[in-house]
Design a protein around this ligand. Structure first.
Ligand code: B12
Ligand code: GTP
Ligand code: MG
Length: 369
């Protein structure tokens, strides 16, 4: 049985996200991988993300009154992009009337949920509709530059079992592994690095492979994409992976996905691990060309620094949230600790949430060297 993968979002000019946040969690708790894109999202952003993420369905929560046009445009763009296998469903309380729902279903929407529907019905619908849905197509051996849909299909194969072969006519892409405890600011930093890459390489293409933990029943809330503003840029390809029971911050399929992305013609590949613990080394064994450990100033005391195994192997250590109290102490304690390493890793303080931060500029220079 396949794990259903769903992308959820709230349409443009609509900030009603409380329903979808509840639904996301309920689906994730019941074995569904949910990639949440956020609110105020355009048709193009939703379709593009759904294709890159290789989802089986798109769930839209719409309260702004424009649902007939919006759902119809999503269907139209999916067809136009050759992705009619991605099914569309959604809800929006009392704002979607039964007449509108019938019209949308005639146009190809799978299901509309009205006010008062128990969450269990939606969970059952997703399992019933998507667990047996055909995976998104068999991949042939492809050559030359892949479009998003082709690459996404190959990643789905890589994630499920084997590494599809693609011919590469250039050296493998520079790959940077970015890890650190949950919430340290890895995604925010990746977003800012992506922005710098797009600005300094006007034709360059970048891929981001992002991991979040899977829950007990294999479902997951893959939330990094919602925090990545620049994931929607034309020259960015982003894919989210659930760890699916694998410990250490990555998934069992990560190496296959990384191998594939390294040969797919990008100029830079950034891999984000799920939040890690003291003894995890997600990017050991040559998975990345450079390993970055992102920490926040609240790691504890000097004693904790003796226990973090990643400090032995990181090429660059970042103290993010350098705007918070304790950041100076953290930088000085880490500087002392890293002095024991040979070669000594680079130590950089950053404020990823601040636009044009000098520390992030330094980090970008260091990566691209
Ligand atoms: C809560 C709420 C708010 C909150 C939103 C908080 C948040 N972060 O989401 C606040 C107070 C901020 C708010 C603001 C506004 N709101 Co308001 N809001 C509501 C309200 C009361 C409830 C919506 C809700 O969350 N319901 C709870 C969910 C769980 O239940 P449900 O809606 O019945 O949905 C069911 C199913 O449809 C299904 N479902 C829903 N989505 C999805 C998606 C998927 C994938 C699936 C499977 C199922 C599913 O799940 C539920 C299960 O039973 C509705 C009125 C109403 N009673 O519906 C107005 C309402 C939607 N808001 C309205 C308006 C006008 C606004 C404002 C424009 C007001 C203003 N002038 O400022 C702003 C706009 C905000 C914005 N940025 O978009 C209008 C929209 C009218 C229209 N479309 O013509 C409504 C209908 C109120 C009204 N009668 O006028 N709002
Ligand atoms: N004060 C401060 N907050 C930041 C900074 N960078 C990120 N944040 C906030 O920290 C929170 C977590 O950021 P993320 O980028 O999602 O962190 P993450 O490490 O990717 O989190 P996981 O993927 O869940 O492990 C968000 O609320 C960010 O806005 C920073 O430089 N300073
Ligand atoms: Mg993250």
């Amino acid at each position: 049985m396949i794990t259903p993968r769903i992308l959820t979002a709230v349409p443009i000019c609509d900030g009603h996200d409380s329903a979808i946040l509840t639904i996301n969690l309920e689906l994730a708790r019941h074995g569904v991988e949910v990639i949440y894109l956020g609110y105020h999202r355009s048709v193009r952003d939703i379709v593009r993300a759904a294709i890159q993420e290789g989802v089986h369905g798109i769930g839209i929560s719409s309260y702004n009154g424009g649902h007939v046009e919006f759902f119809s445009d999503v269907l139209r763009m999916l067809r136009h992009q050759g992705a009619r296998h991605i099914r569309v469903f959604g809800g929006g309380g009392g704002t979607i009337t039964s007449v509108d729902a019938s019209l949308l279903k005639r146009r190809g929407v799978e299901e509309i949920f009205f006010a008062g529907t128990p969450l269990q019905n939606m969970v059952d619908f997703v399992h019933h509709t998507f667990t047996r849905s055909p995976s998104n197509g068999a991949a042939k051996v492809l050559m030359g530059r892949l479009n998003d849909l082709q690459l996404s299909r190959l990643l789905t194969i890589a994630e499920s079992n084997s590494l599809p072969w693609i011919s590469a006519n250039r050296p493998p892409t520079l790959t940077i592994g970015i890890t650190g405890p949950g919430g340290a600011g890895k995604t925010t930093l990746i977003d800012e690095l992506t922005l710098r890459f797009l600005k300094s390489w006007p034709k360059g293409r970048i891929a981001v492979l992002s991991h979040d933990p899977s829950l007990k029943r294999k479902g997951a809330l893959l939330g990094d994409r919602a925090g990545m503003i620049y994931a929607q840029h034309d020259r960015v390809f982003m894919r989210s992976l659930g760890t699916r029971g694998h410990s250490g911050g990555l998934a069992a399929s990560t190496r296959r996905c990384v191998d594939l992305l390294r040969r797919a013609g990008f100029d830079l590949l950034l891999v984000e691990s799920a939040g890690i613990g003291q003894d995890d080394l997600p990017f050991a064994h040559g998975l990345a060309d450079k390993q970055i450990l992102v920490m926040s100033p609240d790691y504890g005391s000097r004693l904790q620094l003796q226990k973090i195994v990643m400090l032995e192997t990181a090429d660059i250590v970042v103290v993010n949230k350098a705007d918070l109290p304790g950041a100076r102490t953290a930088l000085s304690e880490l500087d002392h600790r890293l002095g024991l390493n040979k070669p000594r890793p680079k130590l950089i303080g950053t404020v990823a949430k601040r636009h044009a931060d000098e520390g992030v500029n330094d980090l970008f220079q260091e990566i691209m060297q």
